[in-house]
Write a protein that binds this ligand. Structure first.
Ligand SMILES: O=c1ccn([C@@H]2O[C@H](COP(=O)(O)O)[C@@H](O)[C@H]2O)c(=O)[nH]1
Length: 277
């Protein structure tokens, strides 16, 4: 996958929606628990019902790791299902990794080579040599936490450095100087809409993965006011619980489809307002 292909898919579908596949066995319809692989069965039906309005899927690996080997197998089946049936979809392993260099290389191999995701999320705390091993993979993307959606996100990310600028801005500026930074995207929470203007001053053309609409209450319109880039759009807006748990009954896939279509409609309106076609 290339970012140019992602942009052309966004324009074709008039959507920059990323559906989060955060599967909790306590929340899925009970009839699925009788199937051989309830997590995969749930994902398959969600994907089939929403792929026409989504350009990306983001399984958060915690929701698979929590179920041990079986969970990891469900993740493997899910990514294979997407890559085989919907190869135009941009896939994100939300794993928030990062470690000393040789360990980061192994994490990168796990997600880019073994599982064949297009991208993986990483934490910046360990610095350049913990992120650059991910960036070295051609046509694969590293999505680094910049300003996260949770309340505590500002505890450290918002701390002012000696020159008065907040840490997250320094993280953005510095990361953009790293080798292969053209393969770098950033996570910025939708709950932090008022920060997008400043972020776009530092990273005008970077793609931003934006979680926090739906269950966390972030505003799509608020994010797009300054977050949207007229050339490449530059946004992937994620909603997980708001879509996948729209119903916990047998109509769950249809309910997810309706929620995803609602968001896509709003996105199409925003694209049209910005004269992006
Ligand atoms: O700043 C961040 C970074 C990651 N996330 C993840 O995104 C989804 C959001 O799920 P919702 O159900 O739509 O709230 C989830 O996997 C988080 O771990 C985030 O929310 N904020």
């Amino acid at each position: 996958m290339t970012l140019a292909k992602l942009v052309s898919e966004i324009k074709r579908k008039k959507s920059f929606l990323c559906v989060g596949l955060d599967v909790d066995l306590n929340k899925i319809p009970t009839h699925l628990l009788e199937t051989e692989d309830p997590i995969f069965e749930f994902n398959k039906q969600i994907i089939d019902a929403t792929h026409h309005v989504a350009v990306s899927y983001k399984p958060n690996t915690a929701f698979y790791e929590a179920y041990g080997i079986k969970g990891w197998q469900s993740l493997d089946k899910t990514i294979k299902y997407i890559n085989t049936n919907y190869p135009e979809i941009f896939t994100i392993a939300d794993a928030k990794r990062g470690d000393i260099g040789n360990t980061s290389t192994m994490y990168a191999k796990a997600f880019f080579e073994d599982l064949n995701f297009d991208s993986v999320t990483v934490a910046p705390y360990m610095g350049s040599d913990s992120v650059e091993p991910f960036l070295a993979f051609k046509d694969k993307f590293t999505i680094m936490l910049a300003l996260t959606s949770n309340k505590g996100g500002l505890d450290f990310q918002g701390k002012e450095l000696v020159d008065g600028q907040p840490l997250y801005k320094e993280v953005l500026k510095t990361a953009l100087t790293w080798k292969n930074s053209e393969n770098l995207l950033f996570v910025v929470g939708a709950t932090k809409a008022e920060y997008f203007k400043g972020i776009r001053e530092i990273a005008p053309n970077s793609f931003l993965l934006v979680p926090g609409v739906g269950a966390q209450g972030g505003s799509l319109e608020g994010v797009c006011e300054y977050g949207i880039n007229k050339e490449n759009i530059g946004l992937l807006i994620n909603s997980s619980r708001g879509i996948i748990y729209a119903s916990n009954r047998t109509d769950f896939a249809e309910a997810a489809k309706l929620e995803a279509e609602k968001l896509q409609n709003q996105m199409a309106t925003i694209l049209a307002k910005n004269n992006i076609s």
